[in-house]
Design a protein around this ligand. Structure first.
Ligand code: SF4
Ligand code: SF4
Length: 207
């Protein structure tokens, strides 16, 4: 048998008189370090429902369900698929919509829903073709961010008009055909293009 080196002997004696590096969890409460990456948690006030976290998540731990009938978008975080990489937090457009907490004890007995966390948002759909435009909060967030520049985008102008409670005489007509006055309504880019083409065609016919 080889004799132990002096350095190894010194380490062995030192470890006999020093505290262990591991904690006594679960027999004692464990406090993670401040930068510990634990269970991500949505902040319902700061999340605008853009779906950015859902798109960047490498392990598909976030579900995004768009319920067109009830005009709702639901984002669900599944801790059992999460690898705690922090990409959702890093790429959140508001920087505060989802944050990694230091919660590490996320085991469950029977129901995985016990540890899931979700947020719900109101969806805005095109009034003609029912295509998803975005969430109400996301559109208002962009409107606020852009300031005066928001007036170059018809959907954002429409939201501003809504804030002022101005009603147009054509507001109640929500059925096709799409017409010129529909340019200033909540419609998707495709329907908006149709309204521009119809408008241009009228001009051409007049000439
Ligand atoms: S605001 Fe942030 S947390 Fe909310 S959906 Fe967008 S990226 Fe996710
Ligand atoms: S921490 Fe990583 S794996 Fe977990 S939800 Fe966020 S992006 Fe997905």
């Amino acid at each position: 048998m080889k004799k132990p080196k002096i350095r190894e002997l010194k380490e062995a004696i030192k470890s006999l008189f020093s505290k262990p590096y591991t904690t006594k969890f679960p027999y004692e409460e464990h406090k993670p370090y401040p930068k510990f990456r634990g269970k991500p948690q949505y902040n319902e006030d700061e999340c605008v429902g853009c779906g950015g976290c859902f798109q960047v998540c490498p392990s598909k731990a976030i579900d995004m369900i768009d319920d067109l009938e009830n005009k709702k978008r639901i984002l669900i975080h599944n801790p059992d698929k999460c690898i705690f990489c922090g990409e959702c937090e890093r790429n959140c457009i508001t920087q505060k919509g989802i944050k990694l907490t230091n919660q590490f004890d996320i085991s469950y007995l029977k129901n995985p829903d016990e540890v899931k966390h979700k947020v719900e948002h109101n969806l805005i759909l095109c009034i003609f073709c029912k295509e998803i435009i975005g969430t109400e909060k996301h559109i208002r967030y962009i409107y606020k961010k852009l300031g005066n520049l928001a007036y170059s985008q018809p959907i954002l102008i429409t939201k501003a008009i809504e804030n002022l409670n101005i009603k147009t005489e054509h507001e109640e007509r929500l059925i096709p055909p799409i017409d010129r006055q529909d340019i200033l309504k909540i419609i998707c880019p495709k329907c908006r293009r149709i309204s521009f083409i119809i408008d241009e065609k009228k001009e051409i016919t007049k000439k």
